[in-house]
Write a new protein. Structure first.
Length: 70
């Protein structure tokens, strides 16, 4: 049986992977997607608090609106 190995310990069969691609709820429960979803808020917060992000403020009214409403 063909499978996908994730981080040397979690196997997902190709059949289950293809099935998950057709259903978003199943797809987001794949091990690499679980990891991505759990990290996304931390990355967003880290970026929003970065000097790069803050340096963009005040340069464009549309961008300021977006920044203020994130």
């Amino acid at each position: 049986m063909e499978s996908i190995l994730w981080k040397d310990d979690t196997e997902v069969s190709v059949k289950d992977y293809k099935k998950a691609q057709k259903n978003y709820d199943n797809y987001k429960n794949l091990p690499w997607e679980k990891e991505a979803y759990s990290n996304q808020n931390n990355l967003k917060n880290e970026y929003i608090s970065s000097s790069y992000f803050n340096d963009m403020k005040g340069k464009d009214a549309t961008l300021d609106f977006i920044i203020d409403n994130i």
